[in-house]
Design a protein around this ligand. Structure first.
Ligand code: CP
Length: 314
């Protein structure tokens, strides 16, 4: 990662993370108080253009970057490649990004599926780039907003999460959210565990991450239950799983809501397939913080954009 881009969380130190969380908290408090992110209006010429390029669908990430940018006084040009780009005429991901860059935006937010070409190109660019989710590799702002949500609920005075037990359940193998969270939550002192169908547990899991075979036992162990969507679009032929009994074996259903501690926190990056990874009852549960995650996503993305335009390292 170059300073002023956010391609992955690995280069972020604990101090960098703390600085982003402090900034997100300031935006949150100011917005609750004054309905703006800005202490004073932007000076003439300070307004930037952010190009958002989404080669994969998104609701939360795309819209929350747009909300954050507008509330910071910037402008956004969004390319929703699914409906309105020249990809449909055969243009590649790389050429699309190079052509958007040629318009000289002040920053680019980009989401894409597996692409070695983009993985190689993005770190070489001078324009600040924010990774809005790349293949199965990384989703840095999702992990930041997950951590920020937990810090607001359970952070100690130092803004850390020492000893907090976090269980990530489901399709770990194909999840960029899980990978980024292993890094960020690990740095903040969480104890991490996973549970899911054996075919969805990666072979290269870091040794400090616990693997539970029994979800009831895992649910009893954890302080935080993070469900993941089964990423069908990233599966190949070996990734077959039993959809019919997925909820009873690997879902947060009524029985497991009873096992889960009374003060636990339920997270999910979204989108949720109710009836599969979560039963409908989870949404009504007092421990459910999924919409709080979405709200915090705007503050975290504002903190990231602000750090980029302010020239701070992120
Ligand atoms: N969590 C997340 O990335 O959601 P979207 O795909 O809707 O952006």
């Amino acid at each position: 990662m170059r300073a002023r881009s956010l391609l992955d969380t690995q280069p972020l130190s604990k101090t960098d993370l703390e600085s982003l969380f402090r900034s997100a908290q300031e935006f949150r408090e100011r917005y609750q108080r004054e309905k703006t992110f800005l202490a004073k209006p932007l000076a003439h010429g300070a307004q930037r253009i952010i190009a958002c390029i989404f080669f994969e669908p998104s609701t939360r990430t795309r819209l929350s970057f747009e909300h954050a940018a507008y509330r910071l006084g910037h402008r956004v040009a969004t390319l929703d490649s699914l409906t309105d780009s020249s990809l449909s005429k055969g243009e590649s991901y790389t050429d699309t990004v190079l052509n958007v860059l040629a318009m000289e935006p002040d920053a680019i937010v980009v989401r894409y599926g597996e692409s070695k070409d983009l993985d190689e190109l993005l770190p070489t660019l001078k324009t600040p780039i924010v990774n809005a989710g790349s293949g199965t590799h990384a989703h840095p702002t999702q992990a930041l907003l997950d951590a920020f949500t937990l810090i607001r609920e359970r952070g100690n005075r130092a803004g850390r999460l020492d000893g907090l037990k976090v269980l990530i359940v489901g399709d770990i193998r194909h999840s960029r959210v899980a990978r980024s969270n292993f890094d960020v939550l690990g740095k903040l002192g969480c104890e991490l565990a996973v549970c899911g169908p054996p075919v969805f547990i990666p072979d290269d899991l870091p040794s400090e991450i616990k693997v539970f075979n029994d979800l009831n036992e895992a649910t009893d162990w954890t302080d935080v239950y993070m469900g993941l969507r089964v990423q069908l679009e990233r599966h190949n032929s070996r990734d077959s799983f039993a959809r019919d009994d997925y909820n009873s074996r690997f879902g947060l259903n009524l029985d497991r809501l009873k096992i889960l501690r009374d003060d636990a926190i339920i997270l999910h990056p979204g989108p949720i397939n109710f009836g599969i990874e979560f039963s409908a009852e989870a949404q009504l549960d007092k421990r459910y913080r999924v919409l709080e995650q979405v709200t915090n996503g705007v503050y975290i993305r504002a903190a990231v954009l602000d750090a980029i335009f302010d020239g701070r390292k992120i």
